[in-house]
Design a binder for this molecule. Structure first.
Ligand code: PLP
Length: 365
């Protein structure tokens, strides 16, 4: 007998639940990665990604890697020894960007912010007169903060703008071309409602022209990946690696689901769920962590009330309601909870469920 595994309400910062169309697509028979049927699927997936990224970039593809792999690909293709990377740090993922850029040889100029605050665009732009790249996280999952990317793009000068849209793509507005994003990366497991495993990735022509020739990573070399995803134009595909056909089939289903509902409607659903959750938490007497006016709808950070055992509440939710919420990040591990409303979970029923269950858990723990 196959083991019956538990299903969960995934309201943490990690994977969200998947759209049902995605779950169905994941069960499709595996086909060859060079099968014309699969090539068509890949093309359709890249097209869907262009729409959610708000870009016409030919080089827009599902990288065979998680979000962190997208981050590595962004830096390994754009910085080499001594290149200056200005990086806005307002949480864990900005910190990770610094480490990745450093390992690629960059001279990193960190622009630190208090955790919970948005990026201060002026400070980031003033940090160095002519960086090769500027890195910023659009939606900081570690703190639940949304930052403004457009002014960075408008004033970046000759620099390439690298943006992490891991907790925004597919659920919040991302306009790569309009905002001046040169390389954007994301993940599949959050607002796109697809399991973890791929990194939606987009590269502007300017970034492609200014890329590092023979970067230290062969696998993530954007010069080689274009042929794999058909981004080099024409119908000729060059073998690069065996495409994760099932995951791409799942991503295609997720994108088609979102586009059938309408991207604007999906974004409105995420905004409404985030706002309702935040209002409900405040009504319960809880204090939100992220700065007012900069709160991420897809991921809410809330302070654990004094005297309440954060881990006991999370355990109660899991054991009694099969609900997962997240702990805080870094030094806020036990003083903050993080609650996601992403993908199919961004709806009023999820808000009611999580608020009711949390109220009971706090009283019981
Ligand atoms: N960037 C942000 C903002 C994230 O939230 C995450 C993961 O949660 C990552 C990068 C890394 O993505 P992954 O865990 O898929 O490698």
């Amino acid at each position: 007998m196959p083991e019956i595994l538990p299903s969960r309400f995934l309201f943490g910062p990690g994977p969200s639940n998947c759209y049902p169309e995605v779950t169905a697509a994941l069960a499709h028979p595996v086909i060859g990665h060079l099968d014309p049927v699969f090539i068509e699927r890949l093309d359709n997936t890249c097209e869907g990604l262009r729409t959610v990224w708000g870009t016409k970039n030919a080089r827009t593809l599902p990288l065979s890697a998680t979000g962190s792999g997208g981050m590595e690909a962004a830096f390994v293709n754009t910085v080499a020894d001594g290149d200056v990377a200005v990086i806005a740090v307002n949480g864990l993922f900005g910190e990770r960007m610094c480490e990745v850029a450093r390992r690629c040889g960059a001279t990193v100029v960190r622009v630190d912010h208090d955790w919970g605050s948005p990026i201060d665009v002026e400070r980031v732009l003033a940090a160095h007169p002519h960086p090769k790249v500027i890195g910023a996280v659009h939606a900081e999952t570690s703190t639940g903060v949304l930052s403004d990317i457009a002014p960075l793009g408008q004033n970046k000068g000759d620099a390439l703008l690298i943006v992490d849209a891991v907790t925004s793509l597919g659920g919040l507005e991302v306009l790569a071309d309009e905002w001046g994003i040169d390389i954007g990366y994301s993940c599949t497991q959050k607002c796109l409602g697809v399991p973890p495993g791929l990194s939606p990735f987009t590269v502007s022509d300017k970034a492609f022209e200014r890329r590092i020739e023979n970067p230290r990573s062969w696998y993530l070399d954007i010069g080689l990946l274009g042929g794999y995803a058909g981004a080099a134009g024409g119908s000729t595909r060059t073998y690069h690696h065996t495409a994760p056909v099932s995951m791409i089939t799942g991503l295609q289903a997720g994108l088609n689901r979102i586009l059938a509902e309408g991207l604007a409607a999906v974004q409105a659903r995420h905004r409404a769920a985030g706002a309702a959750l935040q209002a409900g938490l405040v009504e319960m007497g809880l204090e939100l962590f992220a700065a007012e006016g900069h709160r991420l709808p897809s991921l809410t950070s809330v302070k654990v009330p004094d005297g309440v055992d954060s881990a006991a509440v999370r355990r109660y939710l899991l054991e009694n309601f099969s609900i997962e919420i997240g702990s805080g990040s870094g030094s806020f591990a036990s003083s903050v909870w993080r609650i996601g409303m992403m993908g199919p979970n961004a709806n009023p029923a999820s808000v009611t469920l999580v608020l009711g269950a949390l109220k009971e858990a706090v009283a019981a723990a």
